[in-house]
Design a protein around this ligand. Structure first.
Ligand code: ADP
Ligand code: MG
Length: 466
C-alpha cells in the first residue's frame, strides 16, 4: 500500500508539472495508479491484449486510440476518450515492471503531446526510472482488493469540506492520536476510518472493526478484552482474544460508539489511559498498543448532557474530531462519486457504462439523499442493472427518483407528519405519566418497549421539550 501511495504521489506531481494525464500499469496490464481525470474518463478496467502487444516496443505513440487493431475487444472501441497516448514499457535487465502512459484527452493536449514528443519521451523515461526505483525491492505489484490509488481527492471528493479532511489526515499522518468521526449514516465514516489506517504509521498492523451497537451488553467486556478458559459457561477452551488484543500494533475502529453501554465506559477509559488489558477471568495483564478511531452518527454532546456518555471518555476519544458532511451539502462531489460507483459496480452488474445523460445527473443533483453515499450507490447499481445501453438515462432510475410524484419519498412525506405526530404524542403522554427525570424516562422507555437510549434518540429527533 505504501508503495502504491508513493507511486501515486509521483504521478500526481509529474502530471501537474507536465500537464498531461498519467496512468501506471503492472506487468499483467492492470491499472495500479493514475490521475483523477484518467480514472474518470477511462475507468479502471484495462484492455489487456492492447498491452501484450506493446511489450518490447519501448515507446509507442498512439495517434488514434480506439481505432487500432489491438483495440479490438475493448469496450471503448471506436469511442476511446483519449486522443493520444505515449506508452512506455518499464523493463530493466529483462525484468518487467509494467507500463507507463502519458495520455491526452483533449485535442489541444493531443497537439502539444505530438508536437513535443521528444520532450515528453524524456520525461516519460525519468518517471519510469523513479517508479522502478520505488518498485525495485518488490517482486510483483498486485492490485489489492481491486483498489487503484489516484489523487487522494478522488477517493473522498474534492469539495471544500472533504479537502479540509484531507489536509487534516495529512497533518496527523505521523501520529496515533485518537480520532472521532461524526456524520450521518452512509456518509463514508467506515471508509474514512479504513483510509486513515491505511495511510498511517500503523498501516502494516491490523485494522479491526467493532460495531458497538451490534454486541449485547453482557458480552461486551469479553469481546473487547477477551477471556480465559473457564471464565464462564460456554467459554471456549484456551480462552479467546478480545478486540484490543487482535488490534495490537494496529487500529481498533469502534463504530457507533454512542451505543457503548455506560457501564462499560469506565473500562474502556482505563484501557485507553493505561494501554493495559486484562482478560475476563484472567489474572495477568498485557500491554497493548492500539490506535483508536471511533465513529458515530449521533450527537454525543446530547448524550453527555443526559449522562449517557461519560465526558472523560469522550475527551479521550475525541482528540481529533472529523465530521463528514451529508451528501446534500457536498453536491460538488456528486459527479465524481457517480463515476466512481459506476466503475466499482461494473463487475457486479456485468455492465460497462460510459456516462450518464445530463437529465439523469440533474435528477440526482436535485434529490436530498437522506441515505447519503450508500443510497447513491444503490441507485447507481439499480440503474446499471436496468439500463440496456452504455449510458445511464432517466428511464433507468428507480421510480421514486424518475417520477417523484409517485415516488415513495413523496408518499412517505405525505404520511410522515401524521405518523411523527402520533409518535410524539405517545411519548409526551408517557413522559407526563412517569415524569421527566432520568428514572421517569427509564420507566417510560420500559412501558413503550424501547431502550432508554432509543427513547433519548426519539426525544431528540422529535424535539420534545422537557
Ligand atoms: N468518498 C467515497 N468515495 C466512494 N465511495 C464511498 C466514499 N465514501 C463512502 N463510500 C461508499 O459509500 C458506502 C457507505 O460508506 P460507509 O463508510 O459504510 O458509511 P458510514 O460508515 O458513514 O455509514 C460504502 O459502500 C462506501 O464504500
Ligand atoms: Mg459505517
Amino acid at each position: 500500500m505504501l508503495l502504491l501511495n508513493s507511486i501515486s504521489k509521483v504521478i500526481q506531481a509529474f502530471s501537474r508539472l507536465l500537464r498531461v494525464d498519467i496512468a501506471c500499469f503492472n506487468p499483467d496490464g492492470q491499472l495500479i495508479a493514475a490521475t483523477e481525470e484518467y480514472i474518470l474518463r477511462k475507468g479502471k478496467k484495462v484492455h489487456v491484449p492492447f498491452f501484450n502487444n506493446l511489450y518490447g516496443h519501448h515507446i509507442t505513440l498512439l495517434h488514434q486510440p480506439g481505432k487500432m487493431p489491438t483495440c479490438d475487444g475493448c469496450h471503448f472501441i471506436n469511442n476511446c476518450p483519449s486522443k493520444a497516448e505515449l506508452v512506455q514499457d518499464m523493463i530493466i535487465n529483462g525484468k518487467k515492471y509494467g507500463y507507463l502512459s502519458f495520455v491526452s484527452f483533449s485535442q489541444e493536449n493531443e497537439r502539444i503531446l505530438i508536437e513535443n514528443k521528444e520532450y515528453y519521451i524524456e520525461w516519460l523515461s525519468r518517471l519510469k526510472e523513479i517508479i522502478i526505483s520505488i518498485l525495485r525491492d518488490t517482486d510483483e505489484l498486485k492490485v489489492k482488493e481491486n483498489r487503484v490509488l489516484v489523487s487522494e481527492n478522488y477517493i473522498f471528493g474534492k469539495s471544500k469540506s472533504l479537502s479540509q479532511i484531507h489536509n487534516l489526515i495529512k497533518s496527523i499522518r505521523n501520529g496515533t492520536s485518537s480520532i472521532l468521526i461524526t456524520g450521518e449514516t452512509g456518509t463514508g465514516k467506515s471508509l474514512l476510518a479504513q483510509y486513515i489506517h491505511e495511510t498511517s504509521l500503523v498501516s502494516k498492523g491490523p485494522f479491526i472493526e467493532l460495531n458497538c451497537a451490534a454486541i449485547p451488553e453482557s458480552l461486551f467486556e469479553s469481546e473487547l478484552f477477551g477471556y480465559e478458559e473457564g471464565a464462564f459457561t460456554n467459554a471456549k477452551r484456551h480462552g479467546k482474544q478480545g478486540y484490543f488484543e487482535l488490534a495490537d500494533n494496529g487500529t481498533l475502529f469502534l463504530d457507533e460508539i454512542a451505543d457503548l453501554p455506560i457501564s462499560l465506559q469506565p473500562k474502556l477509559l482505563k484501557v485507553i489511559q493505561d494501554g493495559i488489558i486484562r482478560r475476563v477471568g484472567g489474572t495477568t495483564s498485557k500491554k497493548v498498543n492500539v490506535r483508536l478511531i471511533s465513529a458515530t452518527n449521533r450527537s454525543i454532546d446530547e448524550l453527555m448532557n443526559e449522562k449517557l456518555f461519560r465526558s472523560d471518555l469522550f475527551y479521550r476519544l475525541n482528540v481529533i474530531p472529523m465530521t463528514i458532511p451529508p451528501l446534500r451539502e457536498r453536491m460538488e462531489d456528486l459527479e465524481l462519486l457517480v463515476m466512481n460507483f459506476i466503475e466499482k459496480l461494473s463487475e457486479r452488474t456485468g455492465k460497462f457504462i460510459d456516462s450518464c445523460t445530463k437529465e439523469y445527473m440533474n435528477i440526482l443533483s436535485s434529490y436530498h439523499w437522506p441515505g447519503n453515499l450508500r443510497e447513491l450507490e444503490n441507485v447507481i447499481e439499480y440503474s446499471m442493472n436496468i439500463e440496456q445501453k452504455n449510458v445511464l438515462t432517466k428511464n433507468s432510475l428507480p421510480p421514486y427518483l424518475s417520477n417523484p410524484l409517485i415516488g415513495h419519498h413523496k408518499l412517505e412525506q405525505k404520511h410522515k407528519p401524521a405518523l411523527v405526530e402520533a409518535e410524539k404524542e405517545i411519548i409526551i403522554q408517557k413522559l407526563d405519566q412517569y415524569g421527566n427525570s432520568y428514572s421517569g424516562k427509564q420507566l417510560a422507555a420500559k412501558d413503550l418497549g424501547i431502550s432508554i437510549r432509543t427513547l433519548y434518540r426519539k426525544i431528540d429527533k422529535l424535539q420534545i421539550r422537557s
